[in-house]
Design a protein. Structure first.
Lengths: 185, 152
């Protein structure tokens, strides 16, 4: 089979880092959600942790409604943090290599005790202000990229599909405006 | 939930590990990569979101037909369905501005901390501040107007 050079060029423009690391990562994210669902019947989302954890320190009724689930949500979040850490110790550090993994050139790499850690170049004010809006929006909008995006879309929920379409469209517009204003990184 | 199965939390933890490893491997834990996706410089992130949704979609479609209840909780297998109202649009819009500005969402932020990105603590601090602000505001309006509380 001879590949069409025009099609290859378009693919290289749209996917300069290939698709394998994205596809493999996506399958693992889905698998993590499925493991929890199979064992517990719970369609897990990541953003409820923010409010359920606040119930340890605040008596507000909006947080107290999550008291029953707050312990396992801490466990879920610790699992996600340590999953990222495990990735850093193995693949990111080069101890495990795979043709499916493209290292990329973003951010800063740091060597520490034989392992490779990564930090972002995105400015703290963007992270803090953006994070604040993420905290407000995901809780008012009933879900985030995992709750609506993975579990909700996977459930073919119309609410989640509309939610994802909304935050995706607004995020694209926002990122394009911020980039056009010359804010970098 | 003292009567929960002893394997309940270990299983949640293992699921979280796989989930976080996937976010690291896919580079969705890197705000730069999310921002490159949103500005159409690298559309690979589509494969993360839809790949994950397809995998979970298979489980959500099949499990209710295979078994009635989950072994560790006794809960019924159900799809994730939430009622639609204008909050989905308002909240989604606010989340979209935040995601487009920072390039980070909650799950990816937890995984980002794991890959060594201590700078992401700014975003995590912001997320707690934001979640607290909306919870404080909505708890107050729920107390003033109990009818509105049940509408959510």
């Amino acid at each position: 089979m001879v590949a069409d050079p025009v099609a290859l060029q378009v693919a290289a423009d749209l996917f300069p880092n290939g698709i394998s690391r994205y596809a493999v990562g996506g399958l693992l994210v889905g698998l993590g959600a499925v493991v929890i669902y199979l064992g517990t019947g719970i369609p897990a989302g990541a953003s409820t942790f923010l409010e359920s954890t606040l119930s340890y320190v605040s008596g507000q009724s909006r947080f107290q409604r999550y008291v029953a689930s707050r312990d396992w949500r801490v466990v879920f979040t610790l699992g996600i943090v340590l999953g990222g850490f495990l990735f850093a110790l193995t693949v990111q550090s080069g101890l495990v290599s795979s043709s499916l993994y493209q290292p990329g050139t973003t951010g800063q790499l740091h060597q520490l005790g034989g392992f490779t850690f990564w930090t972002t170049n995105v400015q703290p004010w963007r992270l803090f202000l953006g994070g604040t809006l993420v905290g407000i929006g995901t809780r008012i909008g009933k879900g985030c990229t995992s709750g609506h995006g993975v579990c909700g879309v996977g459930s073919a929920s119309k609410t989640s599909i509309v939610g994802v379409a909304t935050f995706l469209a607004v995020a694209i517009g926002t990122a394009q405006i911020v980039a056009a204003l010359g804010v970098t990184p | 939930m003292s009567d929960r199965h002893p394997l309940f939390k270990p299983l949640i933890f293992v699921g979280g590990l796989i989930f976080g490893f996937g976010l690291g491997f896919s580079h969705m834990a890197r705000p730069e990569v999310v921002l490159q996706f949103l500005t159409f410089d690298d559309l690979g992130l589509l494969f993360v979101m839809f790949g994950a949704a397809v995998v979970s979609g298979i489980a959500f479609a099949l499990m209710p037909r295979i078994r009635d209840r989950a072994p560790l909780t006794g809960d019924r297998y159900e799809r994730r369905l939430k009622p639609f109202d204008r909050n989905v649009l308002i909240g989604g819009g606010i989340f979209g501005v935040g995601w487009g500005l920072s390039g980070i969402c909650p799950g990816a932020a937890y995984a980002s901390l794991g890959v060594g990105n201590v700078t992401i603590l700014w975003a995590l601090a912001g997320m707690f501040v934001g979640a607290y602000l909306q919870g404080w505001w909505r708890s107050r309006s729920d107390d003033l107007d109990p009818a509105a509380a049940s509408a959510d």
